[in-house]
Write a new protein. Structure first.
Length: 234
């Protein structure tokens, strides 16, 4: 499967709700979108794969980056959708409000960063191929991309995610292949479903007791793998 921008059907990345993202992100949301167990796992993963003292781009950032508090970086740039959220993020040295679904080009010179991270936001992109081509452009040789991502089953995930059924990669080998075809090597893909996704769904059951149990069960089963992945610019 090729990752050339014109080779993938645009219908794969069409959304049920086509309204501009800026409307949704107009008001700041200073809340965590993942649970404590997932935050801890993600922070530990960043500690493993992002070198101290490096220049980092937090792609699709908000008020928190989940970077390890005991690791210093030379630069942490944040690109996101809400200026107030970015201003509230204590780890960012600079920030930029930028809608990747309107303009997938990153507003940075080539080879600006040693690492690019993205936490559980890839599924919202309507131009993912173009965005990750841009990630390669702004990474320095040997630079690292670090991802927390969800792989969806083919069946419709209970109507809770605005994703077409075709916009899914069902297994880890295909995920590795896509990163390789995008020009990355030293690819590490870890299945964190049991340590991240299932505890999160258990938290939903405890928190939203008024929801029908089958609704959360369908949501849990709609995700085939919760992935922590890293790769290096070849």
């Amino acid at each position: 499967m090729t990752t050339e921008p014109d080779a993938l059907p645009r219908a794969w990345f069409a959304r049920i709700d086509p309204s501009p993202d800026a409307l949704f992100y107009a008001a700041p949301r200073l809340v965590n979108h993942i649970d404590d167990a997932t935050i801890a796992a993600l922070t530990d993963y960043y500690r493993e794969v992002l070198p101290p003292g490096s220049a980092i781009l937090d792609l699709m950032s908000s008020w928190v980056s989940h970077l390890p508090a005991d690791v210093s970086f030379d630069r942490v740039a944040g690109l996101g959708m809400n200026a107030d959220e970015l201003a509230a993020n204590p780890r960012l040295s600079d920030s930029c409000v930028h809608d990747l679904n309107l303009c997938p080009e990153l507003p940075y010179p080539p080879q600006s960063f040693d690492g690019v991270l993205n936490a559980v936001s890839v599924q919202y992109l309507v131009h993912p191929v173009e965005v990750f081509a841009e990630v390669r452009r702004v990474l320095r040789p040997g630079g690292t991309i670090a991802l927390a991502d969800m792989l969806f089953n083919d069946r419709e995930p209970a109507g809770l995610w605005l994703l077409p059924a075709a916009n899914s990669i069902g297994n880890l080998d295909n995920y590795r292949d896509l990163l390789a075809e995008a020009g990355f090597d030293a690819i590490d893909v870890q299945d964190a479903t049991d340590s991240c996704w299932r505890p999160y769904c258990a938290l939903l059951r405890r928190t939203f007791t008024e929801w029908p149990r089958g609704k959360i069960d369908a949501l849990e089963e709609s995700v085939s793998h919760y992935v922590l992945a890293s790769a290096r610019k070849a």
